[in-house]
Design a binder for this molecule. Structure first.
Ligand code: IPE
Ligand code: IPE
Ligand code: MG
Length: 246
């Protein structure tokens, strides 16, 4: 990293939408002899600094994976902690994000397992920030890529869409946030090389960047590194020639 963390980034070829699989909180805590939940708490600073970095660059869309449809398999204490933690994070950070011009939205299932109080804070955060346009922060919460496709198909069937009308547009328009552009860049931390059910439909042509950094240690400089890596890639979208970047 140089003196200017943004050095070498071409601001005319930024990813419009960056996705983050915020992984490695548990291991970060375990390495320090702390309970896993301390790792989640430490992830808050990583998230806020990443948002700052995205604002600094001028990235318009940022989606972060906060809780998956599979994370309910964790011990009840950890699940309970994560529900309370996300509620308090929204409560504590909402106004600050609002002042920064960030619009907060959510992707995922609003099912009975999500505590009602948390749903209320989610609605509050959305309502407070809905007119902001500097950047949209999508929090994927109780989100699963397969569940999202299942929910879209269910809606199509419920609406009586005939088979001849089922195409990519019909499915895409029924995803949770159909107006959000597909992610150009998806970052996964903690040295795991997998997607873990994140944005399955949307990441068909995303550039994937994997880093060993554990999420609580992730900072805007790591985002800048990932953007530089993204800009060195050759995107072809199935064609022959380099399409370049949006
Ligand atoms: C990611 O960190 C946070 C959530 C999935 C909520 P982990 O809790 O998965 O951390 P590791 O992967 O066990 O280290
Ligand atoms: C993905 O991380 C989900 C989130 C970051 C919210 P996991 O830790 O749940 O994924 P796996 O279990 O390692 O695949
Ligand atoms: Mg994990």
């Amino acid at each position: 990293m140089g003196l200017d963390g943004k050095a070498g980034i071409d601001l005319t070829r930024l990813p419009a939408h960056v996705g983050c699989v915020m992984d490695g909180n548990g291991r970060w805590a375990q390495r320090r002899g702390l309970p896993r939940t301390e790792g989640h708490a430490a992830g808050e600073e990583a998230l806020l600094d990443t948002v700052e970095g995205a604002l600094e660059l001028g990235i318009r869309w940022l989606t972060v994976y906060a809780f998956s449809t599979e994370n309910w398999r964790r011990p009840p204490d950890e699940v309970r902690y994560l529900m309370g933690f996300n509620e308090s994070l929204l409560q504590r950070r909402r106004d600050e994000l609002h002042e920064r011009g960030v619009r907060i939205r959510f992707a995922g299932r609003r099912d009975w397992r999500v505590p009602r109080r948390l749903l209320r804070h989610m609605d509050d955060a959305m309502a407070t920030t809905e007119r902001n346009r500097r950047m949209t922060l999508v929090i994927a919460f109780n989100y699963g890529g397969r569940a999202e496709i299942v929910d879209a198909v269910r809606r199509m069937v419920a609406e009586g869409v005939p088979a001849s009308r089922v195409d990519e547009r019909a499915i895409r328009s029924r995803l949770y946030l159909p107006d959000v552009p597909d992610p150009d860049l998806v970052i996964r931390t903690s040295g795991e090389f997998r997607i873990s059910n994140f944005l399955l439909w949307e990441l068909a042509y995303s550039e994937l960047v994997f880093t060993d950094t554990l999420w609580p240690d992730f900072r805007r400089e790591d985002l800048f590194d990932a953007v530089r890596e993204y800009q060195s890639r050759d995107r072809r979208f199935g064609g022959v020639e380099r399409v370049g970047h949006r």
